[in-house]
Ligand binder design. Structure first.
Ligand code: CMC
Length: 448
C-alpha cells in the first residue's frame, strides 16, 4: 500500500464544525438550523433535525439548492466563472499540467512529487490490458451498439474479474482498483469503437502517453503504421483535464449515491457512465454536432434555429448552451474554444461546423432571451468539434468525456466513503397520490 492510501488532506473539511445557526419560523413554531460554513462560496443550512423537530421536509426538485455533502475536491463559482481542482485554477492546470497529474491531484489530494507521479504513471501503464476473456464480451454486442452502453457494461463487467474490488474498506484493494480503472477505461472505450466499425481490437502500447495511447487504440490498424500526432494528443489530454471533475453534477452525484450503499467502485463508476450518457449531461457534445449538422443541412439560417430554441412551444433547445450552475462563461468553454482553433488548424479538418458554431454563439450571446437567462456556451459546445476534427465519430464523444471524468468520480467516491457525515443516500418525497382506499376486485371495477 502506498503512503497516499493512508494519508490525504480530505479530513479537514469533514472536521469543520458548524459555528452558527439560522432560525426557521412558521405559525406555531420555530427551529434552529446550524450553519455549515464553506471555505469560499456557499454556506449550508444543516436540516438534519428539521423533520424530527418540525415535521417538515425540504422540497427541492433537481437539487438546485441542496448540498448533499461537504467536499474538498473542486470549487466552482458559477456567477464568476471560476473552477478550481484542489484549489488550483483550471486555467493553470490546463496550461501546465497533464491529465495523469491532474488525476493524481484529484484522487490523492495534492500535486505529486516527481517520484509519486512516476510511480502512478508506472502503475497505470502496467494495467492497460483488459482480460482476454473480455474480447468475447465485445463480440457479443450488436455492431450498432452505442459505445456508452458498451463502456458502462464493460466497466461493471470488470468487477467479475477483480472480486477484490468488493473489499471497499481495504485501502490497498481500493488503490489497485483505482489504478486498474484509470488504466483500462481507454482500452474498453477504444474497443467499443473498434467493435462498432468492424476492425480488429488494437492492444495498448505502454510506451505511449495516456492520451496518445487512446488515439493509438482508436485509430491504428494492424496493416499499417499509425503515428500519433503530438498536437492532437496534447489537445485530447487538455480535454481530459477540463472534464476531470465538476463537483456534484448528475453523474458524480450518481456515483456518490450508488457508492453510499457500499457498492464497489466498478459498479459505482458504471452507474456514473450511464448518467453521463444523457443528452442533458455529457451526451450534449454529441447533440451539439447533431444540431450544427442540422443547421448546415437546413441551409445555415442561424436565426431560425435560435428562434426555435426560444419558442416555448417547441421542445428544441440549443445543445451546448446553458448550465445549472454557470450563470457566466463556463471557463472550460473559453479554454476549449482556443484549443478547437489550434486542432482545426493542425488537422486541416473541414471547419464549416466550427464557423456555424461561432456564428451561433454570436447570435445567441446578443439575444435578449439568452442574455436574460444567462445562457452561455458550456464545455460541450466546442469539445465535440475537437473530437470530430481528431476523427472520433459522434457516438464516441461521450466515451472520451467519461475517460476524462473518471478521476473526479473516483475522488468523490473515495471522499464520500471516508467522510464521517456519509450515510446511505435516501431522499424523502412529498406524497401527492391517492389517500388510503380499499382494494376492489376485478369484476367490481368500472370499465374505463
Ligand atoms: N436552449 C434554449 N433555452 C434554454 C437552454 C438551451 N440550451 N437551456 C436553458 N434554457 C432556458 C429554459 O427553457 C428556461 O427558460 P424559461 O425560464 O423561460 O422556462 C431557462 O433557460 C432556465 O433553464 P432550466 O432548464 O430551468 O435550467 P436547468 O438548470 O434546469 O438546466 C441544462 C440546465 C444544462 C440542462 C439546460 O441549460 C440545457 O438543457 N442545456 C442544453 C443541454 C446541454 O448543453 N447540457 C450540457 C450541460 S454542461 C456539461 C454537462 O453537464 O455534462
Amino acid at each position: 500500500m502506498s503512503d497516499h492510501a493512508r494519508s490525504d488532506g480530505e479530513t479537514a473539511t469533514a472536521e469543520r464544525r458548524a459555528t452558527d445557526a439560522a432560525t426557521l419560523n412558521w405559525t406555531g413554531g420555530s427551529v434552529e438550523l446550524p450553519l455549515v460554513p464553506g471555505v469560499e462560496g456557499d454556506t449550508g443550512l444543516d436540516i438534519g433535525k428539521l423533520r424530527s423537530e418540525s415535521g417538515f421536509i425540504t422540497y427541492d426538485p433537481g437539487y438546485g439548492n441542496t448540498g448533499a455533502c461537504t467536499s474538498a475536491i473542486t470549487y466552482l463559482d458559477g456567477e464568476s466563472g471560476i473552477l478550481r481542482y484542489r484549489g488550483y485554477p483550471i486555467e493553470q492546470l490546463a496550461e501546465h499540467s497533464s491529465f495523469l497529474e491532474v488525476a493524481y491531484l484529484l484522487i490523492w489530494g495534492d500535486l505529486p512529487t516527481r517520484a509519486q507521479l512516476d510511480a502512478f504513471h508506472n502503475e497505470v501503464t502496467h494495467h492497460t490490458l483488459i482480460r482476454e476473456e473480455m474480447r468475447s464480451f465485445f463480440d457479443s454486442f450488436p455492431t450498432d451498439a452505442h459505445p456508452m452502453a458498451v463502456l458502462a457494461a464493460g466497466t461493471v463487467g470488470m468487477s467479475t474479474f477483480y472480486p477484490d474490488s468488493q473489499n471497499i474498506s481495504d485501502p490497498a484493494a481500493v488503490e489497485v482498483t483505482i489504478n486498474r480503472l484509470i488504466a483500462k477505461l481507454p482500452t474498453l472505450a477504444a474497443w467499443s469503437f473498434k467493435k462498432a466499425i468492424g476492425q480488429p481490437y488494437v492492444y495498448p502500447r505502454n510506451d505511449l502517453g495516456y492520451a496518445a495511447n487512446l488515439l493509438h487504440m482508436m485509430f491504428a490498424v494492424p496493416s499499417e503504421d499509425y503515428e500519433v500526432d503530438r498536437q492532437v494528443a496534447e489537445a485530447l489530454d487538455l480535454l481530459l483535464i477540463l472534464h476531470a471533475d465538476h463537483e456534484q453534477n448528475c453523474s458524480t452525484s450518481t456515483v456518490r449515491m450508488v457508492g453510499s450503499a457500499h457498492t464497489n467502485l466498478y459498479a459505482s463508476i458504471s452507474a456514473g457512465i450511464s448518467a453521463l450518457w444523457g443528452p442533458l449531461h455529457g451526451g450534449a457534445n454529441e447533440a451539439v454536432i447533431n444540431t450544427l449538422e442540422r443547421i448546415v443541412a437546413d441551409g445555415g439560417d442561424i436565426q431560425k434555429w435560435v428562434d426555435k430554441a426560444k419558442d416555448p412551444n417547441d421542445a428544441f433547445r440549443l445543445a451546448g448552451f446553458g448550465h445549472r450552475v454557470y450563470k457566466n462563461f463556463d471557463p472550460r468553454a473559453t479554454i476549449i474554444k482556443g484549443a478547437a482553433e489550434r486542432v482545426l488548424a493542425a488537422t486541416g479538418a473541414d471547419d464549416q461546423l466550427f464557423e456555424v458554431a461561432q456564428r451561433l454563439e454570436d447570435v445567441a450571446l446578443n439575444d435578449e432571451y439568452f442574455i436574460s437567462r444567462k445562457l452561455y456556451p458550456n464545455v460541450d459546445f466546442y469539445s465535440g468539434l475537437i473530437y470530430r476534427a481528431i476523427g472520433f465519430p459522434k457516438t464516441m464523444f461521450t466515451n472520451c468525456f467519461a475517460i476524462g471524468r473518471l478521476p473526479g468520480w473516483i475522488a468523490q467516491w473515495r471522499e464520500m466513503l471516508g467522510a464521517e457525515e456519509t450515510k446511505i443516500g435516501r431522499p424523502r418525497q412529498v406524497y401527492v397520490g391517492e389517500p388510503a382506499r380499499d382494494y376492489v376486485t376485478i369484476d367490481q371495477r368500472a370499465d374505463g
